[in-house]
Design a protein. Structure first.
Length: 306
């Protein structure tokens, strides 16, 4: 990556475009370097050494997003499931969560550089999301290291980035289907995963899940805010528009159980929560062999979210 703050010969700081820097960070292939840069960028906007040119449009480079050679990306059905009662099983879970957070860094950075013409607060919001996702990735990476593993040790899937790619031409669809759909699923998944980690005696990993859930409520709230902003701008009904976009872009079907308290805190309105209540199925009533029942049986592969 280029130096974040080039200095001229007269020692004055040249202010760079934060959206251009977000694209640079998105292209970074080293996960630790990507996380460090994503963590630092909001502070540089705050102190004036980077600024957001809201109208600037960029040519999309090839090879997005920047990724390491590992993990191997496979179809979700090829991912194994292991009990969290074993240290190896917990390492597989933490790796899956780290992969979700690595992708979430990329998703937030992509929203910053890709969508021109939004208010300045949009870019500030998504830079902050990228920074917090980078923090989550760093926490999980450090915990993996304590267990003798590293990001890349296990295969992973590409579901989060696939939806990002599908919605690359439509900021409204992006806000509807990434934070409000895929990331919101993490609000539902976090409490049961945390409970099983705690039950297995892995209090350090459970504490990381507490941090992630707290921050992810804010991230989904940001997605809800900008989705509704765009709907109001275009004089669209938010509920009908969401259903149309979910169908048009083949979003995953929502299934319970849902974390209604977290979703309410994340900005879902009572009509949306009532609609979800009609889909809410207790784990014991889920069909045998379903993804949700497998997770209830101490699966280590969380749904794509966070």
């Amino acid at each position: 990556m280029r130096a974040a703050v080039p200095v001229t010969t007269d020692s004055t700081i040249r202010i760079r475009c934060a959206r251009s820097e977000a694209l640079d960070i998105l292209r970074e292939t080293d996960p630790a370097a990507k996380a460090r840069a994503a963590r630092a960028l909001p502070g540089r906007v705050a102190d004036g050494t980077a600024h957001c040119d809201m109208q600037r449009r960029f040519e999309e480079p090839t090879g997005l997003p920047g990724r390491p050679a590992r993990p191997e990306l496979v179809e979700p059905r090829r991912l194994g499931r292991r009990s969290m009662q074993s240290e190896e099983g917990r390492a597989v879970l933490l790796h899956a969560l780290a992969h979700i957070e690595f992708n979430a860094i990329n998703l937030a950075l992509d929203a910053v550089w890709r969508f021109a013409g939004m208010p300045a607060a949009f870019y500030v919001d998504w830079l902050q999301v990228a920074s917090e996702e980078a923090h989550h990735f760093s926490l999980l990476s450090a915990r993996l290291a304590e267990l003798g593993h590293a990001y890349g040790d296990y295969p992973a899937h590409d579901g989060l980035w696939e939806m990002c790619d599908r919605t690359r031409g439509d900021v409204l669809a992006r806000m509807a289907l990434v934070p409000r759909t895929l990331e919101a699923r993490g609000l539902d998944a976090s409490p049961p995963i945390r409970a099983r980690l705690q039950q297995a005696g892995d209090h350090a990993s459970a504490a990381i899940l507490d941090v992630i859930l707290r921050d992810e409520i804010g991230h989904v709230l940001i997605g809800n805010r900008w989705f509704r902003y765009l709907c109001e701008l275009a004089q669209l009904d938010a509920h009908r528009t969401y259903l149309r976009l979910a169908d048009e872009y083949r979003a995953p079907k929502l299934r319970g159980p849902f974390n209604f308290d977290a979703r309410r805190a994340a900005g879902f309105d009572e009509a949306e929560l009532a609609a979800l209540a009609g889909l809410d199925v207790p784990p014991a009533m889920q069909p045998a062999g379903s993804a949700e029942s497998a997770e209830s049986a101490e699966s280590t592969e969380p749904p794509a979210g966070n």
